[in-house]
Design a protein around this ligand. Structure first.
Ligand code: PMP
Length: 450
């Protein structure tokens, strides 16, 4: 270990508190400290390079140090780094809003900015809640959340989460919700197998929504993939069916595309795949190409108009963050969308998605791989103690963590979700790097579990 790494590691252990990290373990492990990156490769302070197998926690889109995005941020720095949207406009936030509305599912016409995925969801929740009160339907104040859902870590977002390990401990602080079934076909909440399923989860959800429709403000869903819940991929048609349930019962649909947006599933937005236009759409992560923190909540005109009234009516949306619409982040986002357009990124994604599918297929035959799930360039490989009974490994075995640590030694950075190994490379990943990523994952799974 060189002097610089040693010094930084000491300071890190002494002063940092890492997110979603048991610090007692962290203090004992050798930290990898990233100094620079280019394309899909990260370089640490020891000069070692790693493939970025999870897009720096699902944010990076076109690779690190994309010249076009670097240039756009520098150009913006030469003008202004930050100016408020409270009472003022700024150039990139206006241009980006118009661009987002242009590419979003039809019907979403307004953009409310914030700083991250949790706040984008938080804004959607507050808008939905206020919308019904403004329309004189004060009873409609409940949210339907799904088991395994993850929408962020602020208290509102946690309230609509469904991962017990993360969320249940905060229950006394959370607002009441209605819990609907996950679309998890591997561990079906209704005890079905993929082969015998008649979409009982949708029928159960429809019953729940119908019964309580007068009390429900909105249903919150991660379209197509429950990402943090374990890369759980919905069957085709599930999202469209949920949207119909909402529409038929006068319930707003909040689509949280924080993880799946910006090309991850193969289309710009996951909702597009099933022709769904939500009432509210939460965006973040890939929005800025993975450069800078930025959140956006898109709303329909109907929702916007419910807040538009004479000042004295006090219908203003009283919400806003200091860095709302940050010009640097918006400039990065505009440059990222320009790369999407100019390089026809989405049109060229198909072969990579199919290659990933072909590479993952043999892993499903390994004795401790219970399930392999893929949607676009998002993939989850669920490791189990018993393939036959789907029995998981004990919590303390940390098999997912061990596989990821081993992958690091082979030059691949990944971060698991429990015992689900996650691969979510930048969209710009080359076929060669994709092959290498899956090869390392396969090897490390074999070495840790067989
Ligand atoms: N929604 C979804 C679907 C997410 O995956 C995440 C983050 N993993 C969030 C919201 C929260 O985003 P952030 O971490 O930027 O607050």
């Amino acid at each position: 270990m060189n002097d610089e790494t040693r010094r930084l590691a000491r300071l890190d252990r002494r002063h940092l508190w890492h997110p979603f990290t048991q610090m007692r373990d962290w203090e004992r492990e050798e930290p990898v400290i990233i100094r620079s990156a280019r394309g899909c490769r990260l370089t640490d302070t020891e000069g070692r390079t790693y493939l970025d197998g999870v897009s720096s926690l699902w944010v990076n889109v076109h690779g690190h140090r994309r010249p076009e995005i670097d240039r756009a941020v520098r150009r913006q720095l030469g003008r202004v780094a930050h100016s408020t949207l409270l009472g003022l406009g700024n150039v990139p936030s206006i241009e980006l809003a118009a661009e987002l509305v242009r590419i979003a599912p039809p019907g979403l016409t307004r953009v409310f900015y914030s700083d991250n995925g949790s706040t984008a969801v938080e804004v959607a929740l507050k808008l939905a809640f206020s919308y019904w009160r403004r329309g004189g339907e004060g009873r409609k104040r409940l949210f339907v959340r799904l088991r395994n859902a993850y929408h962020g870590d602020t208290i509102g977002a946690v309230s609509v989460g469904g991962i017990d390990l993360f969320h249940e401990r905060f229950r006394p602080l959370l607002f009441p919700t209605l819990l609907g079934p996950s679309f998890d076909c591997y561990r079906c909440p209704l005890g079905r197998e993929r082969s015998t399923c008649s979409r009982e989860c949708l029928a159960a959800l429809a019953r729940l929504v119908r019964r309580r429709r007068d009390e429900i403000a909105a249903l919150v869903i991660e379209p197509l993939v429950q990402a943090a819940g374990g890369m759980i991929v919905a069957r085709p048609g599930h999202l469209a069916a949920v949207a119909s349930i909402c529409r038929e019962n006068g319930v707003l649909l909040i689509a949280d595309e924080v993880a799946v947006g910006f090309g991850r599933t193969g289309t710009m937005f996951a909702c597009e795949r099933e022709g769904v236009s939500p009432d509210l759409l939460a965006l973040s992560k890939g929005i800025s190409g993975g450069y800078l923190p930025l959140g956006a909540t898109l709303a329909t005109d109907r929702i916007y108009r419910a807040f538009r009234a004479p000042h004295r009516a006090r219908r203003t949306f009283f919400h806003g963050h200091s860095y709302t619409g940050n010009p640097l982040a918006c400039a990065a986002a505009l440059a990222s969308l320009e790369v999407f357009r100019r390089e026809r990124v989405l049109d060229r994604l198909g072969p990579k998605i199919r290659l990933l599918g072909r590479l993952l297929a043999p892993l499903a035959r390994r004795p401790h791989v219970g399930d392999v799930r893929q949607c676009g360039l998002m993939a989850g490989i669920e490791l189990v103690r018993s393939k036959r009974t789907k029995r998981p490994y004990p919590f303390g075995a940390r098999v997912g963590h061990r596989v990821s640590m081993r992958a690091r030694r082979h030059g691949l950075v990944i971060r698991p979700l429990g015992d689900v190994i996650v691969l979510m490379p930048p969209l710009s990943v080359s076929p060669r790097d994709l092959r290498r990523m899956v090869a390392v994952v396969g090897r490390c799974i074999r070495e840790e579990t067989e």
